[in-house]
Ligand binder design. Structure first.
Ligand SMILES: Cc1cc2nc3c(=O)[nH]c(=O)nc-3n(C[C@H](O)[C@H](O)[C@H](O)COP(=O)(O)OP(=O)(O)OC[C@H]3O[C@@H](n4cnc5c(N)ncnc54)[C@H](O)[C@@H]3O)c2cc1C
Length: 466
């Protein structure tokens, strides 16, 4: 057999799986039709964070007086901001190339499709340089990811000019003066935050009743208030009737509960979800189950077709890089006969806007819907010494505990650098910590993480600094 494992797609799901498989002694090939690192490194997690950092610094430099500082003529070179973001992606793409070499993983550039075979489907690759190559492995892992959802019926299709998906929004030639962001999930909010930071007039349109609908309701409300404080505008419970191009930009027809409104702007950014990359791969002929554009798999990533597995975005939500890597690691360890990390570990979610938002576990509404009696703790950053010293007093940490067992069942954070804190709660939940362990944990002073402790104390009426 030529390979033990062929991985299709080199995003954080695919390349991490390939490395883990190689560590476990497998002979591995990875097939990629575009750039090593997938959406995450090239068009997602990483380049957006580079842009957001530029935006954050620019906005901070423009409000330095509170710190006793001043800077004159603060400005930005938009082309240089974009170029830095692309350079960061290129650096990480080179990093994945290095890792593939280090772990003796054969990289095959081309587009893969599957054909019936045993012990696993054959992988037929239309090579990027021309010609084709057929690979036979003991197992095949599909990690082909996802792409932006389009809604052609209402004009939500990127045109490379005025209607942008995340790809165009990451590489425009000039900074637009007015932007409409359609969709207020993490991706929409991050682009809204970035373009607002550079001074654009940004309106976010959300079909549901609140922004960041996956987050806890209190966090959604606080986030909207904080964003409005930065000048972002919102249209909530607004359904898009049609997006059209005009001579100078775009025009968006909305229905706000029976009231019609038309908004105009230079550009529209579509952030209305994603669809799995399942087409033209021969999945139907193999009998692979695909529902709502995602491959249906069991707890180990098995598709039901012998030797064929799927992980990451193509295997369904949450569409997050760390979920893809976690599933890939688990799947490969399972293939190697190891138990592997628990597949159902809690998965934190983060939005890297200003302020940042992070959460893990159930929201209060979800916990109550499950019939859980919860104890709720809250601690605002305005009661935290480090936050006051840093001028970062906006936001709070909310924790939810099962009132009967004391288990931490959810944590919801909004404020500066909370995306770096949520991991503490994820670790606690993975270790099945109760309030007793969190209360007994020593948090360094002064840090914003002390608000994590205080929130857990508050849930049991033991808060110290409020
Ligand atoms: C703007 C944006 C910001 C984001 N920010 C974050 C964030 O901050 N944190 C986070 O966790 N997630 C974020 N995400 C989501 C994250 O990028 C994805 O969850 C993650 O990339 C999924 O990894 P994956 O390995 O499943 O697929 P992908 O990263 O999509 O990789 C799949 C790869 O498969 C290749 N491929 C597809 N079909 C074939 C084929 N037939 N043959 C060969 N190769 C193929 C593709 O070219 C691609 O390189 C963001 C996404 C976007 C769009």
């Amino acid at each position: 057999m030529e390979f033990d494992l062929v991985v299709i797609g080199s995003g954080p799901g695919g390349y991490v799986s390939a490395i883990r498989a190689s560590q476990l002694g497998m002979k591995v090939a990875i097939v990629e039709k575009d750039a090593l690192g997938g959406i995450c490194l090239n068009w997602g997690c990483i380049p957006t964070k580079a842009l957001l950092k530029s935006g954050e610094l620019y906005e901070k430099m423009s409000h330095l007086d509170a710190f006793g500082l001043s800077a004159k003529d603060v400005s930005f070179d938009f082309a240089a901001v974009i170029a830095r973001s692309r350079k960061v992606s290129a650096q990480l793409n080179a990093g994945v190339t290095f890792l593939m070499k280090k772990h003796k993983i054969e990289v095959i550039l081309g587009t893969a499709r599957l054909e019936k075979s045993v012990p696993a489907p054959k992988v037929v690759v239309a090579l990027a340089g021309g010609g084709s190559r057929t690979l036979q492995a003991k197992n095949v892992l599909v990690a082909t990811g996802a792409r932006a959802r389009t809604l052609p019926d209402i004009g939500l299709v990127p045109d490379g000019e005025r209607i942008w998906s995340y790809r165009e929004a990451l590489t425009p030639k000039a900074c637009p003066a007015t932007v409409l962001v359609i969709g207020s999930g993490a991706i929409g909010i991050e682009f809204a935050s970035f373009y607002r930071a550079l001074g654009a007039d940004v309106t976010v349109i959300e079909a549901m009743g609140r922004i960041l609908p996956a987050e806890d309701e209190e966090v959604s409300a606080a986030a909207q208030k904080a964003f409005e404080g930065r000048g972002l505008k919102f249209r909530i419970a607004a359904s898009v009737k049609g997006l059209t191009k005009t001579k100078t930009g775009i025009s968006l027809a909305l229905d706000l509960g029976g009231k019609a409104e038309t908004l105009t702007a230079d550009v529209a950014i579509m952030a209305v979800g994603i669809v799995g990359n399942t087409e033209n791969m021969g999945l139907e002929a193999l009998g692979v189950k695909v529902e709502k554009t995602h491959i249906i798999v069991n707890d180990h990533g098995a598709t039901g077709v012998p030797g064929l597995y799927a992980i990451g975005d193509v295997a369904g939500p949450p569409w997050l890089a760390h979920k893809a890597s976690h599933e890939g690691t688990h799947c490969v360890e399972h293939l190697a006969g190891q138990g592997g990390a628990a597949l159902k570990a809690p998965i934190p979610g983060c939005t890297y806007s200003d302020p940042q938002i992070a959460s893990v576990g159930m929201t209060e509404v979800q916990a109550k819907a499950k019939g859980l009696k919860v104890r709720v703790g809250r601690f605002p950053f305005k009661g935290n010494g480090k936050a006051i010293a840093s001028g970062e007093t906006d936001g709070f940490i909310k924790t939810l505990f099962d009132a009967e067992t004391g288990a931490l069942v959810g944590a919801h954070l909004i404020g500066a650098e909370v995306t770096e804190m949520v991991q503490g709660f994820a670790l606690a939940m993975t270790l099945e910590a109760t309030e007793a362990e969190i209360h007994a944990t020593v948090f360094p002073h002064p840090t914003m993480s002390e608000a994590m402790h205080e929130s857990a104390l508050d849930a049991f009426d033991r808060v110290l600094h409020m």
